[in-house]
Design a binder for this molecule. Structure first.
Ligand SMILES: C[S@@+](CC[C@H](N)C(=O)[O-])C[C@H]1O[C@@H](n2cnc3c(N)ncnc32)[C@H](O)[C@@H]1O
Length: 274
């Protein structure tokens, strides 16, 4: 608890990321990883393997762009730094431990960046904004990095389902007059825009993301189930898939557990692979 408070006070991060709760989430995720280290191990290894396997499609090895680098738990940084001339880690914020790891490699840099490119607009929405203005946040096409010709590999690592969480929570609290369905639609739109963004890169792309999320109670009854496949991945085939015991028994409440089915998708030159 003290370690988490210290991290909250000392981790550099933009006021927007702090306000929207990204710093809090990052610290909570690190703490959860410490508690669930054993249960997460297979998922993290699968993610690292899938990411490296996808680099086999690269014809050149100039820049690698890693979106949602977070704590680098699922990012094989040393391997990437050996394979590519430069590796760029992209996240809303980068914990000090990540910056220390990055500094060990002369060709690794980190960038604070919101890959939805809409968080500033979320924060700037005036009270009383119309529902259409809120829905329009999900129409914005992110464009950063697309014009950079020397990017030869892009990975989005366990990021997709996280993209809408904090902005939609923020909006839900700020605009309680609107139905939850407005924010559900916005959440879906933000994830769809991210997939479209990835498909616009002229380089091999690896998307590692939740395809399905299930929470169960002690008796095995399903408490919550989200299937992302029809809305996000219809007609797509993963290069690999596995289950992530994200909240083993007890972590999500007494006797409850949550599992995510994770897909690793690969695209080459913005066309589906396979
Ligand atoms: C589940 S974590 C991914 C785990 C991470 N790859 C690791 O190994 O620790 C999701 C990450 O996405 C980042 N993130 C969430 N929304 C983002 C956004 N709009 N732009 C950039 N990064 C974002 C979070 O800060 C967090 O680090």
């Amino acid at each position: 608890m003290l370690a988490e408070l210290w991290a909250w006070l000392t981790t550099p991060c933009s006021p927007a990321a702090r306000r929207l709760g990204y710093l809090h989430e990052t610290i909570a995720l690190s703490a959860r990883h410490r508690r669930c280290r054993t249960a997460w191990q297979t998922h993290l290894q699968h993610s690292r393997n899938a990411l490296l396997a996808a680099t086999a499609a690269c014809k050149q090895h100039r820049g690698a762009l890693i979106l949602g680098s977070g704590d680098l738990l699922d990012v094989p940084l040393a391997d990437l730094a050996r394979r590519f001339q430069t590796v760029t880690l992209v996240d809303v914020l980068h914990p000090p431990s990540v910056k220390r790891q990055a500094r060990r490699h002369a060709n690794v840099r980190w960038l604070e960046h919101d890959v939805t490119e809409c968080l500033a607009d979320v924060l700037a929405l005036p009270a009383g904004s119309h529902a259409d203005t809120i829905a329009a946040l999900g129409l914005k096409q992110p464009g950063r990095f697309l014009p950079e010709a020397d990017i030869d590999f892009v990975a989005s690592v366990n990021l997709l389902s996280q993209l809408p969480l904090l902005p939609c929570q923020w909006l839900l609290k700020r605009f309680p007059q609107y139905p939850e369905s407005l924010f559900d639609q916005l959440a879906l739109a933000l994830m769809q825009r991210h997939i479209e963004y990835l498909r616009r890169f002229d380089a091999p792309v690896c998307l590692i993301a939740d395809a399905e999320q299930i929470s169960r109670d002690r008796a095995g009854n399903v408490l919550a189930h989200t299937d992302f496949i029809p809305a996000l991945f219809a007609g797509m085939n993963p290069a690999a898939e596995w289950w992530w015991d994200i909240a083993p028994d007890g972590e999500a409440g007494p006797g409850c557990n949550s599992r995510h089915r994770v897909w690793a998708l690969e695209w080459r030159n913005a066309r589906p692979d396979g």
